[in-house]
Design a protein around this ligand. Structure first.
Ligand SMILES: NC(=O)c1ccc[n+]([C@@H]2O[C@H](COP(=O)([O-])OP(=O)(O)OC[C@H]3O[C@@H](n4cnc5c(N)ncnc54)[C@H](O)[C@@H]3O)[C@@H](O)[C@H]2O)c1
Length: 414
């Protein structure tokens, strides 16, 4: 872009929840080259709390369409629940916004990703995806090691993910497939994207997955429940809140307190055991690429720690790394000496310091007219693999990614 972009960039945020305000709004507030110019959220109480948290006298809209019509924005960040992503991004593009950052996943189906791509192509707009994992120095170093041929040609990529916060998925919208696409898309898209990025010479072709709810279910409540006093329906009123080890207490600094919940009924403390859900609390997915590479990803949402543990095998060696130990990569060549490769630290910030780097990348792409680190094609490929995993475990079959969308569609090249 370059032209006239030396001024302070006006950014609009659609969806003023945890990511919209806790992450992007707060990070933009610390910058001098961009400012939050407008906020949109369907919940007026949450909007007011959001503006207060950012200490901003800012234009507020309960209708994102109105914000897009009235404001002259240089960019929009979409942080609504996943089911609204495609609609919101397309609305922003059609309203003439030239740069949109949509948090992952790009959409909840591969077909919706193509609809976004078509809108981008028709409007000339640019879309970046919130794949913050790509900005972790550890992930970048792994890519460098692969590109430099230190482990030879890739054969296997393995990740075991443990996510302490995952149980809270079952207490909010994420637990419903119609809202999140299912957790293979909602959460797994991060991991399928990083696999696709590391294995940049390959295209994901076939997916097989298994998943289930083993722990966060009514017959697995880890304390005694008397028949006349049921648990739930949400932590705020639950008779067992004091003894429940999975109690959710975080109100997002007021964004999700009772007053906000009264306006739209949206709570983040639904009972993780009783609430209706059609997603999983654990699962394993396998991905086969067209370049003789295979990947596996397992995710577990009921552990007491966060980590992603990688083993990446090539025909000349393997590397092992853990996001919880982000300063080192263990390199084990097939022939020769093992090595520990040091990884530079990330800066401060959420997600191991990756979120400020993600925002920096987005703003630089606007100023420099350069592509962001992750593009529409990346977003669509990750969603397609996640969607294939969803279908695979529900229908008990291997799924060809090509069944879902034509990922060679040139619209994805914008
Ligand atoms: N990149 C990451 O690491 C990461 C981490 C967490 C969440 N996310 C993604 O960020 C997005 C937001 O997640 P979150 O945890 O902040 O959710 P959240 O529930 O905290 O916030 C969502 C907000 O959107 C608002 N909203 C709901 N429907 C809306 C609509 N139609 N129009 C406008 N606003 C609407 C809600 O009132 C709420 O304020 C999701 O897509 C999620 O997948 C990404």
């Amino acid at each position: 872009m370059g032209d006239g972009m030396d001024r302070v960039l006006d950014i609009g945020i659609i969806g003023t929840g945890a990511r919209g305000i806790g992450c992007f709004g707060t990070l933009i507030g610390r910058r001098t080259d961009a400012r939050v110019a407008a906020l949109a959220d369907t919940n007026p109480v949450r909007l007011a709390v959001a503006a207060g948290r950012l200490s901003l006298e800012v234009a507020r809209y309960t209708d994102a369409g109105e914000m897009l019509t009235r404001e002259r924005l240089d960019a929009v960040i979409v942080t609504t629940p996943d089911r609204f992503h495609a609609t919101d991004v397309i609305a922003a593009l059609r309203a003439g916004v030239s740069h949109v950052l949509v948090d992952k996943p790009l959409a909840t189906t591969a077909q919706d990703c193509l609809r976004v791509a078509q809108a981008a192509r028709e409007t000339g707009g640019h879309v970046a995806i919130g794949f913050n994992l790509r900005h972790l120095p550890l992930a970048r170093k792994i890519k460098e090691i692969i590109q430099d041929g230190l482990i030879g040609d890739l054969m296997l990529i393995q990740n075991q993910e443990f996510y302490d916060g995952g149980r809270t998925y079952m207490a909010r919208w994420n637990r419903r497939r119609e809202w999140s696409g299912g957790l293979w898309i909602h959460k797994g898209s991060h991991d399928f994207d990083i696999f696709n990025w590391w294995n940049s010479r390959g295209t994901p072709m076939r997916v097989g997955a298994f998943a289930g709810v083993n722990a966060l279910r009514p017959d697995e409540i880890p304390f005694a429940v008397t028949p006349d006093t049921p648990v739930g329906p949400y932590c705020g009123v639950c008779a067992y809140a004091d003894i429940c080890p999975d109690r959710v207490t975080d109100t997002g600094g007021g964004l999700f307190d009772d007053a906000a919940a009264q306006a739209d009924g949206y709570r983040k403390d639904l009972c993780v055991f009783l609430s209706d859900k059609d997603t999983h609390d654990n699962g394993i997915a396998l991905v086969e690429y067209d370049n003789n590479v295979r990947a596996s990803h397992s995710e577990c949402f009921i552990c007491n720690f966060d980590d992603r543990r990688y083993t990446i095998v090539g025909d000349r060696g393997l590397l092992m790394a853990s996001v919880a130990s982000p300063d080192r990569i263990e390199l084990r060549p097939r022939w020769g000496q093992d090595q520990i490769i040091a990884v530079p630290p990330a800066g401060e910030g959420m997600h191991g310091g990756a979120d400020p780097l993600l925002l920096e990348d987005f703003l630089s792409s606007i100023r420099g007219g350069t592509p962001p680190a992750s593009t529409l094609r990346d977003g669509a490929r990750a969603v397609a693999v996640g969607e294939a995993a969803e279908i695979s475990w529900r229908e008990h079959r291997l799924v060809n990614v090509g069944e879902l969308a034509d990922l060679s569609d040139p619209a994805l090249d914008v």
